[in-house]
Design a protein around this ligand. Structure first.
Ligand SMILES: [Zn+2]
Length: 600
């Protein structure tokens, strides 16, 4: 019996020991496959358009091979400026500058902020697995670009203790004071900065840690460096230097893949390749999606795991860190501060229509100035609605080559108003409306819908004539009964057109006014109501012309108000006063008779 119990115990123990690593790997991901080795590579400033084109034509063969067995997904940069430090901080933590404080590039700054303690992928992997997972940060920065340095703070500085292999400029023995090295570093031609060199450092780490689980973080700088130096494209075609830079990154990726295969751990490894920001011409920078250039704000992520994608077809750059953590079997949605409060980041495969609404704002009732004279403003009103609220409502306009932005003012819950100008005569102004909702997706709507700009041309300044409008054929209600309306119509004429006609009216000390509506043929009319019966109402008309002088005319011409009195509704010719007097008289007569009868 004892032997059997012992054997049974041993059997159960063996089973549970076998199951331990599997449980550790599955975590709370459900059936999502997890991996023993995670490698995250970023190419600095790699524009999606060229990355896709060069995968397609076979130039980036290694990246294309990962995509073929895995997936590619578009990543939006929504909560920070598309530049290196904010991008690297976002990729490594899942948070934006509201949490990390990394809102710009700090490598040329005296201030050296770091991602707050404990928030990076590396620190979180160590917090869960401690030494069961090895970590590496392999960066090619020179001592000039001290994003990572041993002398001052940097964006990764707080993960120093959790990083088993830290390779960056301080490991390189060359001297900052050597003029040749300095020159080479600045012109981005130093071998030490090259992806090839960095990839060999990554390969060393893989070889010496092939028996462990690990998270390996690698960065290549070439595309950004040559992009700034030579532009990513020339006349719509990829610049030769930029193509060479991407090719060098791909060769370096090939070194890493080859090392994984050589060490026999490729099948248990997931590789993710992405970029910190896009590129356009010789630059990149703010604003983020959806306001910035899509070539800068919409980037890419290629993964060797075909599940690193979703039904939306896009994710956020913030999603990279929770994606890596989930691939390591860690549930990232438990971390504080919660991603959903700040960046709302998710493992990429968990993003769907339920947690990222995709309905664009609705734009309706757009009305705007039919014509614009020199010296006048172009005015626009519009109704805007969205279930998640509105984060931006703007007029985009241009009267040259530069597109400008002006915010609309919110007048009430859904009504927005804006104006442009004044402009000088002959200015041709193109404009459209851009509205962004307040959801994680930052859904955009345009007016016109297809974003094709509308145009107006500013016409000559209105003549400064001095003739006021003429007011003729004034007709108004002869008598107004209680509860009824007082109606006025008039014919208005002016050489520069009528800007407005209003009735001013008062039944006490306060003057009110109401605009007359144009009924055609220069006839304008209005109704005002109701007033208490027997009220005296004073009134006059005030017309203003369209000339630059805003000439005014009144009716009556001397502006002395006319008066009408509201009459009782039941009045049928016998004045009410007579009725009252009649009733009183009848009572007096009746009482007189009774008195005399009683007295007699
Ligand atoms: Zn960059």
């Amino acid at each position: 019996m004892k032997r059997i119990t012992l054997l049974l115990t041993l059997f159960i123990l063996t089973i549970s020991m076998v199951r331990i690593p599997e449980q550790a790997n599955s975590g709370s991901n459900g059936e999502k496959r997890t991996f023993n080795h995670i490698i995250l590579v970023t190419y600095d400033g790699a524009r999606k358009y060229w990355v896709d084109a060069l995968m397609e034509d076979g130039t980036l063969a290694n990246l294309a091979s990962l995509k073929k067995e895995g997936a590619e997904i578009t990543l939006r940069i929504t909560d920070h400026n598309p530049s290196t430090d904010p991008g690297m901080a976002c990729i490594e933590s899942g948070y934006g500058p509201d949490v990390t404080g990394i809102d710009m590039n700090y490598f040329a700054s005296n201030v050296k902020p770091s991602i707050p303690e404990g928030l990076t992928t590396t620190e979180r992997i160590k917090a869960v697995y401690s030494d069961k997972w090895k970590t590496a940060l392999i960066m090619p920065w020179t001592q000039w670009f001290v994003n990572v340095t041993n002398t001052a703070d940097s964006i990764f500085w707080n993960q120093r203790a959790e990083t088993d292999c830290w390779f960056s400029s301080e490991n390189v023995t060359w001297s900052q004071n050597d003029p040749n090295i300095w020159k080479n570093a600045l012109s981005f031609s130093s071998a030490l900065l090259r992806a090839n060199f960095t990839a060999h450092k990554a390969a060393e780490f893989i070889r010496s840690n092939k028996g462990s689980n690990f998270y390996l973080r690698v960065h290549f700088v070439e595309p950004d460096s040559v992009g700034h130096g030579y532009a990513e494209s020339v006349d719509g075609r990829i610049s030769p230097k930029y193509k060479q830079a991407l090719t060098e990154c791909d060769e370096a990726l090939g070194i890493i893949i080859a090392t994984l295969k050589e060490t026999g751990i490729y099948s248990r490894t997931v590789i993710l390749v992405s970029t910190d920001h896009g590129f356009k011409g010789i630059t990149h920078g703010p604003p983020p999606y959806p306001f910035g250039d899509p070539d800068i704000t919409e980037t890419w992520l290629v993964s060797s795991d075909l599940e690193v994608t979703n039904e939306l077809g896009w994710g956020l750059q913030n999603d990279i860190s929770p994606t890596c953590l989930a691939l390591a079997g860690i549930d990232p949605l438990e971390f504080q501060p919660f991603y959903n409060v700040t960046s709302r980041a998710l493992p990429l495969w968990k993003a769907n229509l339920n947690n990222r609404e995709m309905t664009s704002p609705s734009i309706s009732d757009v009305s705007y100035s039919a014509s614009v004279h020199e010296g006048e403003s172009f005015n626009i009103t519009v109704k805007i609605q969205d279930q998640s609220g509105i984060s931006a409502a703007q007029i985009r306009y241009s009267y040259g080559t530069i597109w400008r932005t002006r915010s609309l003012n919110q007048e009430d819950k859904i009504l927005y108003r804006g104006s442009l100008g004044p402009f000088v005569e002959g200015t041709e102004v193109r404009w459209y409306l851009q509205v962004v909702d307040n959801s994680t997706s930052l859904n955009v709507a345009y007016y016109p819908e297809n974003k094709t700009a509308l145009t107006f041309t500013v016409t000559e300044r209105l003549a400064a004539e001095t003739n006021p409008p003429t007011i003729t054929d004034v007709m108004y209600s002869g008598q107004v009964l209680g509860g009824g309306a007082f109606n006025v119509s008039a014919r208005l004429q002016d050489e520069s057109g009528i800007a407005s006609v209003e009735i001013y009216y008062s039944s006490d000390s306060e003057w009110k006014h109401k605009e007359l509506a144009h009924k055609g043929d220069n006839i304008y009319e209005v109704s005002i109501r109701p007033f208490d019966w027997r009220t005296d109402v004073r009134w006059y008309l005030n017309a203003t012309d369209n000339s630059a002088n805003h000439n005014m005319a009144f009716y009556p011409p001397d502006k002395q108000p006319l008066v009408f009195t509201m009459k009782d509704k039941v009045d049928q010719g016998v004045p009410f006063e007579f009725l009252v007097a009649g009733v009183v008289l009848a009572f007096i007569v009746v009482f007189a008779i009774i008195y005399r009868f009683k007295g007699g």
